[in-house]
Design a protein around this ligand. Structure first.
Ligand SMILES: *Cc1c(COP(=O)(O)O)cnc(C)c1O
Length: 221
């Protein structure tokens, strides 16, 4: 099946209140252009700063670019000001660098805090306690050019539906607790980015507001 057929099939399985981010890492700009032109898709995700930056330069400026990978502090300038959402903030230092770059570019950087919810050791992200520590720090030392608009996480890569479901449920609970504890006054803290090609239906069942789908639409990498 072609990319457009895949896209339409996936699109039809996602309700309107869940945003679809098409993950285009390692895929050519032509694949993005095709979705942009044919079905007017506008939200795309990339996980490497260099690739993010070069695709952004090559493609129309009304695309909403989501940065979804581990971001090194020395590469922040490649994604600011172009990113409409940095989904993968996994340390205080990174947040500070993003704030600095956003200040320099006179923009407010929208970000999600990434949480470590999987059993695997390789995934980046905060624990709930670490995030609380960061948010406590922010109350005494605000970062004026940052807007934290939600959370992101990746479940374990496993066939165990129960396990994946439990991890996504946990992330949704983290979101609810942070919302009550730190963002009660914030209208914009509302995103729970969870779900990929293999597990997005489970994620939606557990309260995802944003799914990040690559291979199911564009084929294996
Ligand atoms: C690659 C990637 C995705 C998409 O993965 P697929 O399994 O191809 O849908 C989603 N989120 C992140 C953070 C990724 O790196």
């Amino acid at each position: 099946m072609g990319i457009i057929e895949n896209y339409l099939k996936v699109r039809a399985s996602i309700p309107d209140h869940v945003k679809l981010i098409v993950v285009t890492k390692f895929k050519p700009v032509e694949a993005i252009s095709l979705l942009y032109d044919t079905v007017s898709h506008r939200d795309f995700g990339e996980n490497r700063a260099q690739e993010f930056n070069s695709k952004m330069r090559a493609l129309p400026s009304d695309i909403h670019w989501h940065f979804i990978g581990h971001l090194q502090t020395n590469k922040v300038k490649m994604v600011i000001p172009g990113a409409s959402l940095i989904q993968s903030v996994d340390s205080m230092r990174l947040l500070q660098e993003i704030n600095k770059a956003a200040m320099g570019a006179a923009v407010t950087a929208k970000v999600l805090l990434q949480f470590y919810i999987a059993e695997e050791e390789t995934k980046f992200g905060f624990s709930y306690d670490e995030a609380c520590q960061l948010l406590d720090n922010l109350q005494s030392e605000p970062m004026p050019n940052i807007a934290i608009v939600g959370v992101m996480g990746m479940a374990s890569f496993t066939e165990d539906h129960q396990q994946v479901s439990k991890e996504f449920k946990g992330l949704r609970q983290v979101f609810e607790k942070l919302k009550t504890g730190y963002f009660a006054q914030s209208q914009e803290f509302k995103e729970v980015s969870m779900g990929m090609s293999g597990d997005y239906r489970i994620a939606m069942d557990e309260g995802s507001t944003m799914v990040r789908i690559g291979s199911l639409i564009l084929g294996e990498r």
